[in-house]
Ligand binder design. Structure first.
Ligand code: SAH
Length: 250
């Protein structure tokens, strides 16, 4: 059986309890070596066979899975496998091969980056939506989802896979609803020991990234949620009645 497991954003103790248990029991681990913290592999049995998928094609990954379909195989993806994990093509191929699989979620790096910043994406009066997206690069993005299009909303935004394209990201954001002084941040290797936080604005994103020398493994966050102003929540307002608590006017 194949277990897809989210390894979390980097810190080895940010894998889930279920994910860690699967890693401990695995006969074979195929991990996304470009981003998964190899310290997680220290949980594996000494006789576990380990493959780094960064050096493999889909066909090679599937060949390992097919060759050991009775074994417990962990396919370890960074963050949560459901985002930019290329898991669907593996699941569909496994279904064709009649090999069962399951999927254990993980902490995505957009959450790790928010935690590093102490930020809340969904601030009342500021934004109640998070756009998870990426800049088109060597791999395309559907035209209607171009960063410029997505930026029309001015919502809280987490831009993956685009730290090497900061000039283009900045230009696209500014063609949308963000202005040069909309707060932004680049979080490099969130939750890793070498984590770095660069706070900037939509208008200084490219210069800030260039100055810090950041080209990869970074999350770009942009939106009013990174500023100081917002409304307090209704949920915890003394005057607001909820299913669990009667509101009282001050
Ligand atoms: N499935 C992963 C994303 C894989 S795509 C997840 O849920 O996080 C790889 C991109 O994720 C990187 O280019 C970067 O934008 C982001 N990323 C992954 N780990 C990161 C980290 N620790 N800090 C900041 N960004 C990270």
């Amino acid at each position: 059986m194949v277990h897809f497991v989210g390894a979390g954003p980097g810190a080895p103790d940010l894998i889930t309890l279920r994910g860690a248990e699967l890693v401990k029991q695995a006969d074979i681990i195929i991990y996304a070596g470009s981003l998964v913290n190899p310290e997680i592999l220290a949980l594996a049995r000494p006789d576990c066979r380990v493959y780094n998928s960064a050096e493999m094609t889909l066909e090679q990954v599937l060949a390992v899975m097919e060759g050991a379909s009775n074994a417990d195989i962990v396919r370890l993806h960074t963050g949560d496998p459901c985002l930019y994990g290329a898991i669907r093509e593996q699941m569909d191929a496994l279904d064709k091969l009649g090999i069962p699989w399951d999927d254990t979620p993980g902490v995505s790096s957009f959450c790790g980056a928010a935690a590093a910043l102490g930020a809340e994406f969904t601030l009342p009066g500021v934004s109640q939506s998070v756009i998870i997206t990426r800049m088109a690069g060597r791999t395309p993005v559907p035209e209607r989802e171009s960063l410029e299009q997505m930026a029309q909303h001015g919502a809280s935004m987490a831009v993956f896979l685009s730290a090497g394209l900061l000039e283009e990201v900045q230009a696209s954001l500014l063609r949308g609803a963000y202005t040069a002084d909309t707060p932004a941040a680049i979080v490099y290797k969130a939750t890793w020991p070498e984590e770095r936080i660069i706070r900037c604005t939509a208008g200084t994103l490219a210069a800030a990234g260039a100055e810090a020398g950041i080209r990869k493994t970074a999350m770009i966050l942009v939106g009013g949620f990174l500023s100081g102003s917002y409304e307090r929540s209704k949920l915890y307002d003394p005057a607001f009645t909820t299913e669990y608590r009667r509101g009282v006017e001050p």
